[in-house]
Design a protein around this ligand. Sequence first.
Ligand code: SF4
Length: 215
Amino acid sequence: MEINRYEVCRYLGIRQGEPDARTGDLIDECQAELMKAATPRMVHRTYPLTIRKDGSLDLTCFQVKSKNLKKNLEGCDQIILFAATIGEAVDRLIRRYMKTQVSKGVVMQAVSAAMIEAYCNEVNLDFKRKAAQEEYFLRPRFSPGYGDFPLECQKEIGEALKMEKTCGITLTDSLLMLPSKSVTAVIGMSRQEISCQLEGCEVCSKQNDCPYRRS
Ligand code: SF4
């Protein structure tokens, strides 16, 4: 798994991605410990998508009204629903360092956040390759809580993917995921060719000329 060091620095609020020597060493230490502790798991399913005349989205396993998600899924006729996690041991490691060595705990948080993104990118790259074999193009992943895509949809996604059983992800009453370094998302599949960035619209150069750009 390729952890993006620039992303780690961004999470730590370090500009230009250039940490000082001490922080750089902590990043390396955390990365090495996380690589041993992480247990990446994921689950996914593909469903037909219908965009209704009233603007609501029928994702087969649940229905939702979200202008932002609709914009992202225009031109798609299927979606991939997926959930991924790097596991509970990562949370234990973060908690331990937050108690014993806060500076390392903070870096551990940043590296693990970049690690779950890296894992999602790896999984999404695989989806992209498989979709291409069926002449489909993927849109960037779109998670509950982005824009007006309700966080409550975590419940439907969790049920559809049987997240707890398949990859050990549970939801708290306030819809946060446990383990904390977990992601759920919807990925649109379209016959229209668009070269989307795996990391999403935020890092894409099509700032002004893409109708599907997520807000
Ligand atoms: S802005 Fe870029 S990543 Fe986002 S939908 Fe458009 S092409 Fe894809």
